[in-house]
Each structure stands twice: as structure tokens, then as C-alpha cells.
Design a protein. Structure first.
Length: 583
């Protein structure tokens, strides 16, 4: 008994460390070639003979990775009655790879030859797969499930399995492939990524699964922020498959009578959504006829995605707010106009995507700040927004390429999310954004709009969330369905920025992970090199095709890729400074 108690105590002590294992890179499954597309065999093999009660539960969890045949491989570990009653139709739960099966303390007094036992399944939740839209959702907390087993013809079998399907991260990524669907934002005709996960075997059917998801529309988390040009009634006329000439044919139906412009946008959605799962030409059909007279077959390079609208101009190489003024990067020169002189006592700032506009937070008293907005080299107008604190500003993109942004966001006093809009004649008005779904989690430390304007990354009391930006018919705006990012980062995130539409870079207070890169579904996290950095990292700047900039108490550092050594920058900001790229 004492030996068992010590064993259980050791396992419980190790579980928090196992939970931290989510921080290293979790690799996604690679696209499979035709040789990997074989169908699984019909009946699942029987479990290995003479497994003990703990082993039978462990092997059952590992077998649950494959959904083929309604989880036939996992059901082989169940009693006949349990096979009928086990609910496999719910949302699969993904758990950490480091899980344990231990004897239940309630079985301590059972005789050695007892024919029924209880095994305790211990581990950490990582997330769940939403069956309705195949999206991955982060989910923390412990797994502590009693699993009842009994002897059936001399072999242990599970009579009371865990509730629903449990799958380890490693097995999930072996059996599911990440695919990225694309839908449009509601204002700018920009394609926006919406990642999902589909079952791999058979790999030849993955394009069909992608199209099935595409016609269903945006994921539940993004439904109010994105829309599909395919329309709500879209369907599939015949299965997606390669034609005799090698083109991948996507035959759609129930699209109505779309205009030529809308047809091109439909093609763009389909082609971009399939780009990650096929290298073939894509032929989009509407009721068996080619949908566009412009081209018969399409490749990703042939379609417009709107990226030019949301990409910072090459001439704008970043700025840093330090010493009450803005300096340009990498030359350490004061920016032109009052923003570069120290006149505004600038705390933080943001530059519009086209580079023509600035928004700065100006300190006017020890406990009072103001937001100023205007042309980059001119006097900046003060916004009527009294506050003791304002988060660093963040810009919405303009509606056309090269158009100055007209909307900038900030958070006043940690609770009031505000969008400042420049109207006719240049008048600035501050309007509250409905953020009640976020503010309930705590004080908002930072908020960054994605450069396509459809999502926000928000740090709330050191935790990272991503929410959808939903615009109502009455022009109201709300932040909806905030989803927490990896629990391994809870309470340690200090700063964040968007590297791409679906990729974030975050600074933390973790010595072994001062800067991390993560996808918006949160399943994949990569550590940047730790060399030269000290924690906490207080400011991060990221943008497509630009080096990552990180500010800590020793200076400003830059790195290109995850494995690169951080290089010192000639600009030496104060430790309270902020570094930023346009956006």
C-alpha cells in the first residue's frame, strides 16, 4: 500500500510538468501522396493477449485515434455491451501525450483475483475537435476519468469507457490533416484563412472533404465576421476528383446566377482552399459547366486574394516609441513632424498600413493619457477619450490599396474597447466596441487587430485570446466567441503581434520561451531561439516578410526565423518603449 501511495503521489506531481509539454512544436501531419491513400482493412484486430487492466486502458486510448469504422479499433477493447453504449458521435477531446493509467484507490481492498476493477485515467486536456465544422478549439484542465474494466473469457475488457472519444495530440496529428479554407471579409474582398482538421485516410478524398466544408461556410467562431461567395444554399453536384486530363474538378450547384465578378471570387475561394492539399490545376464547374469563361483551369497564382490591401508597404520599416517620441527603423532617426520631437510625450504608437497615418498615446499627466491621430508628418489631433491608460493603438486597413486607414482601435483603462473613426472633414469620433465576452476574463493588457481586420488578438491578465470582429447590420461592432490560446501560456504572455493572417508572435515572461510563434488554432507552438533575450519581453513587432523585433530590458533585438540567433539593433530604446510595424 505504501509503495502504491508513493507511486500515485509521484504521478500526480509529474502531471503539471506533462501539461507544460504543449509548449514545444507540435508538428502537423504532412500532406500524403497517392501511395498513402490506401483504405484501412475491414475488421480491427483483437487486442494483444494477456494485457493487464492498466495496459488495456492505455491501448484503448491509443486505438481511439482512428475514427474508421466508427472507431472499430478502439471498440475491440470494450465488452460487447460497452461497444453498443459507447458514444462516439460527440466532440473528440485531444489530450496531452503524457497520460497515465493507474489503479483506483478504491480498489485497494479488492482481492488479487477480482474480476472487475477501476482504472484511473490521468492527463491534461489540450482541446477538442468541433464536429460541426471540424475546427480545433483549445481546452485546458485535467483529465481524471474512472474507467471500469472486467474479465471476459480471461481477458481484460473495458465495461465503462471514458465519456466520449479521447485522443492524444500525437495520434490526432497522425490521423488528421490541417487544411486552410478561405472566406471573404465583409468590407474589402480580402480572402481570410479559416483553418480546419480533416481525417487523413484515405488521402485521395481530402480535396472532397475540403469542398464539403467550404460549401458549409465559415466556422462557428468566424460566422459573423466572414462570408462565402458560394452562398448559403451551395452544394456539390458530384464528388471532387481528378479528371482524365489531371485537373481536379470541383462541381458545385445551387449557386444561383452569379455575376462574372462573383464567379471569379468563387473560383478564388475554391482554388485557395485547395492549394494546401493538391498541386493539380483546379477546374471549377457549376452544374457540370465551367463556371468562368475567362479560364478553364486555375492555379493559386491566377486568383486575386486581396493580400496587397493588407500588406505593409516595403518602404515602411517600422518605428519605435521611446523617450516620448517616435524614431524610425532601422536608422534611429526622429520621424518628421511633432511626433518625432518629443512634443507629445509619446508612450506608444501605431502606423497605418499605407504608412501615411499615425496614432499615438500621449501622456499628459502621471495618471492621464490621450490618443492623437493624424497624418504622419503633421500635427496629430487629440481624440476626446479621457483615460488613465490606453493600450498601444492598432489600425484597420483601408478599403482600397493605398487608401489611408480611417479607423484605429485601443482599450481605455483595461475594459473599454474603443474604435476611433475619421469621418467627413477629418472629424474623429470615439465609439465603444461590444467586448463583454472578453472583459469578463479580466483586465485587457493589449489588443491587436489582424491586418485583414477580422480578428483580434487580446492579452487579458497575461492570457492570450483570439476573437472575431463582427459587424452588425446597424454598424455596431462586437468581439465574439473569444477563444483562449494554449494553457501552457496562461498568465505569462506580455505582448503579441500578427505575423500573418493566421499566425501570431508573442513575447512572454518564460525564460525558456521568451518569444513563441503560434497558429490561431493554438495547436502548433514554436519557440524562437532563446539566445541573448531576457524576460520579460515587453514589446513585439511582426509583419509578413519582416524580421521579428523584440524589446527587453537589455535592448532591441531582431530575428528572421525560429532558429535564428537574436541580433542587437543599433536603436537603443528605453525598456518602457514600444516597437511596431504598420498595422
Amino acid at each position: 500500500m505504501k509503495r502504491r501511495s508513493r507511486f500515485l503521489a509521484l504521478l500526480v506531481a509529474l502531471l503539471p510538468l506533462a501539461g507544460c509539454a504543449a509548449i514545444p512544436t507540435q508538428t502537423y501531419p504532412k500532406p500524403l501522396g497517392p501511395s498513402s491513400s490506401r483504405q484501412p482493412s475491414g475488421e480491427a484486430p483483437e487486442p494483444e493477449k494477456n494485457l493487464d487492466a492498466l495496459q488495456i486502458v492505455r491501448e484503448f486510448i491509443l486505438a481511439s485515434a482512428s475514427p474508421e469504422g466508427d472507431y472499430a479499433a478502439a471498440k475491440a477493447y470494450l465488452t460487447p455491451d460497452a461497444r453498443k453504449s459507447w458514444n462516439t458521435k460527440g466532440t473528440p477531446t485531444i489530450i496531452d501525450n503524457a497520460f497515465n493509467t493507474v489503479p483506483s484507490t478504491g480498489d485497494a481492498d479488492l482481492p488479487p483475483d477480482a474480476k472487475q476493477r477501476t482504472v484511473q485515467l490521468l492527463g491534461r486536456n489540450v482541446g477538442r475537435l468541433e464536429l460541426a465544422d471540424s475546427s480545433f478549439v483549445q481546452q485546458g484542465g485535467d483529465v481524471n476519468e474512472p474507467v471500469r474494466v472486467e474479465l471476459v473469457e480471461g481477458q481484460w475488457r473495458i465495461s465503462t469507457p471514458p465519456v466520449g472519444v479521447l485522443v492524444t495530440i500525437a495520434d490526432f496529428t497522425r490521423n488528421y490533416q490541417r487544411v486552410v479554407l478561405f472566406f471573404y471579409d465583409k468590407d474589402r474582398n480580402v480572402l481570410v484563412p479559416d483553418p480546419r482538421f480533416v481525417v487523413i485516410p484515405p488521402a485521395i478524398s481530402i480535396p472532397q472533404r475540403v469542398v464539403e466544408l467550404l460549401v458549409k461556410g465559415p466556422s462557428s467562431a468566424m460566422r459573423g465576421a466572414l462570408f462565402s461567395e458560394l452562398g448559403p444554399d451551395a452544394g456539390i453536384n458530384k464528388p471532387t476528383a481528378e479528371a482524365n486530363d489531371g485537373a481536379l474538378e470541383v462541381d458545385l450547384t445551387r449557386l444561383g446566377d452569379p455575376s462574372p465578378a462573383v464567379r471569379k471570387k468563387i473560383v478564388a475561394q475554391v482554388v485557395r482552399s485547395l492549394a494546401g492539399v493538391t498541386s493539380s490545376r483546379v477546374r471549377v464547374l457549376l452544374d457540370a459547366d465551367v463556371i468562368s469563361t475567362e479560364k478553364r483551369d486555375w492555379r493559386p497564382a491566377d486568383v486575386q486574394s486581396g493580400e496587397a490591401l493588407i500588406t505593409p508597404t516595403a518602404e515602411e520599416r517600422g518605428m519605435v516609441a521611446t523617450g516620448g517620441k517616435l524614431l524610425s527603423l532601422p536608422d534611429d532617426a526622429q520621424v518628421k513632424g511633432p511626433a518625432g520631437t518629443g512634443e507629445y510625450n509619446i508612450v506608444s504608437g501605431a502606423q497605418s498600413l499605407d504608412g501615411s497615418q499615425l496614432a499615438v498615446v500621449s501622456r499628459i499627466a502621471p495618471n492621464a493619457v490621450r490618443l492623437r491621430v493624424g497624418p504622419a508628418e503633421d500635427a496629430l489631433r487629440e481624440v476626446e477619450l479621457p483615460a488613465a491608460s490606453l493600450t498601444r493603438p492598432t489600425w484597420m486597413p483601408g478599403n482600397t490599396v493605398g487608401q489611408p486607414g480611417t479607423e484605429v482601435w485601443t482599450v481605455a483603462d483595461g475594459t473599454n474597447v474603443v474604435r476611433v473613426v475619421r469621418g467627413e472633414g477629418g472629424a474623429l469620433s470615439a465609439n465603444s466596441v461590444n467586448a463583454t465576452e472578453l472583459t469578463g476574463f479580466g483586465h485587457i493588457d493589449e489588443l491587436r487587430l489582424s491586418r485583414d481586420g477580422t480578428r483580434v488578438a487580446v492579452i487579458v491578465s497575461g492570457k492570450l485570446f483570439i476573437a472575431a470582429v463582427v459587424r452588425g447590420e446597424d454598424s455596431s461592432i462586437a468581439l465574439r466567441i473569444p477563444r483562449p490560446q494554449p494553457t501552457s501560456l496562461d498568465g505569462v504572455v506580455t505582448t503579441v503581434d500578427w505575423l500573418a493572417q493566421d499566425v501570431l508572435v508573442a513575447g512572454t515572461s518564460l525564460p525558456n520561451s521568451p518569444v513563441v510563434r503560434l497558429n490561431i488554432d493554438g495547436l502548433k507552438i514554436e519557440r524562437y531561439n532563446t539566445s541573448n533575450l531576457t524576460v520579460p519581453v515587453t514589446s513585439i513587432a511582426a509583419a509578413p516578410g519582416r524580421p521579428i523585433l523584440a524589446l527587453d530590458r537589455t535592448g532591441l533585438w531582431s530575428a528572421g526565423e525560429v532558429g535564428d540567433v537574436w541580433r542587437s539593433n543599433q536603436v537603443k530604446p528605453e525598456t518602457t518603449g514600444y516597437v511596431f510595424y504598420p498595422g
